[in-house]
Design a protein around this ligand. Structure first.
Ligand SMILES: Nc1ncnc2c1ncn2[C@@H]1O[C@H](COP(=O)(O)OP(=O)(O)O)[C@@H](O)[C@H]1O
Ligand SMILES: [Mg+2]
Length: 349
């Protein structure tokens, strides 16, 4: 069942097209992620779906209800965790949730139990009477998630839920998100600019300059730009198809990689038509028979970052904090210094 449907969604802020003819569906039970750099239009899209912004044109439906004409119906089904913290620092964790529960007219007898249940779910029950100002960044995020869950949403929207957290706390938040998805059967719609975060999702829509440039399961997105390959470093010998590949039909190509460093090794990329982990033992045993000396062998896989680069010609975080894209700055500096070579920029499709 489709729980979110967007068709040709557009949001303009005066001249600026923040969301540019976006079309996608989210199935019930999915963890769906919008992946894109700063300013791509992620928060704007979420705000439209949560009935906070009116779309300029196009259609957005949540559980079949139109965000424009039936916003109250839509709100019944959703919980939101915003990009910026909306908690009151001077209240305790419990008091914060009680405030929002009252705001949403939750009856007094249900309130206490519900708040304790969700505080328990995000492991904050034992800290419920501490002031939020004494919470760590990760705890505040968890309390935000608890707030988003107060009214039993069927879809939880999370806008950059792990922004500014360290790796350990980010992983912990994902654990909660995955648990909510599995155990509470909540559909998750999240935005992120972290590659690894998008990897855990069932479906990823990559968004750039308001446009969706690719949408699929992370595995499929990566498969579309190429499969995994084996990278080999040799300290002795030359890796050619004759030296190693004779009879190894699964090797489709061997690409020598130029080394610019002082390293005394030769690196090769071996493209294979079977899973790389199955190819490795064969390559090593055949190579050793042919007197090659291996220094290292590893499997390399395309990442979602590679997918983004393939489509846009630049990296996801090639942007400074003021929003100016680093590749533009780099190009300008290189032009100024008369050095334009070495700048890698693939043509936008
Ligand atoms: N209320 C607003 N008024 C004017 N421009 C806005 C507003 N909100 C967002 N924008 C612009 O729309 C674009 C998309 O912003 P946003 O959706 O916040 O991106 P993201 O969440 O992907 O970083 C940006 O260029 C941003 O500056
Ligand atoms: Mg945002």
């Amino acid at each position: 069942m489709k729980v979110i449907e967007c068709k040709d969604l557009v949001k303009k802020f005066k001249q600026l097209v923040a969301v540019d003819h976006v079309t996608f569906d989210v199935e019930e039970g999915e963890i769906f992620s919008l992946l894109g750099p700063n300013g791509a239009g992620k928060s704007t899209t979420i705000s439209i779906l949560c009935t906070l912004f009116r779309p300029t044109s196009g259609i957005a439906k949540v559980f079949g209800y139109d965000v424009l004409s039936q916003p109250t119906k839509v709100r019944k089904y959703i919980g939101i965790v915003f990009q910026s913290i909306v908690l009151d620092d001077l209240l305790t964790g419990y008091e914060n949730l009680r405030f929002f529960a009252r705001l949403g007219n939750m009856s007094k007898d249900r309130r206490k139990q519900r708040i304790e249940d969700i505080l328990n779910l995000v492991d904050l029950l034992d800290r419920k009477d501490d002031l939020v100002r004494h919470y760590s960044g990760g705890m505040k995020r968890r309390l935000e998630i608890a707030r988003g869950l107060l009214f039993h949403p069927k879809i939880l929207f999370l806008d950059e839920a792990t922004l500014g957290l360290d790796a350990q706390n980010r992983r912990r938040i994902w654990d909660y998100i995955q648990r909510l998805n599995k155990e509470e059967e909540i559909t998750i719609f999240m935005t992120t600019h972290y590659i690894d975060e998008a990897e855990i999702c069932n479906k990823v829509a990559i968004i750039d300059h308001g446009k969706i440039i690719a949408i699929d399961h992370p595995k499929q997105l990566k498969a579309q730009i190429g499969s995994e390959y084996v990278e080999v470093k040799l300290s002795h010998g030359e890796l050619t198809k004759e030296a190693i590949g004779d009879g190894l039909d699964f090797i489709t190509d061997i690409i020598p990689i130029k080394q610019t460093s002082m390293e005394n090794t030769d690196t090769y990329r071996i493209m294979v038509s079977i899973p790389a982990e199955e190819a490795i033992p064969e390559i090593i045993s055949r190579g050793t028979m042919n007197k090659l000396k291996f220094k290292s062998v590893q499997i390399n896989k395309p990442t979602l970052e590679d997918v983004f680069i393939e489509h846009t010609g630049r990296g996801l975080r090639d942007q400074d904090e003021h929003g100016e894209e680093l590749w533009k700055i780099r190009m300008r500096n290189e032009q100024l210094s008369g050095k334009t070579r070495g700048f890698r920029h693939r043509r936008r499709r």
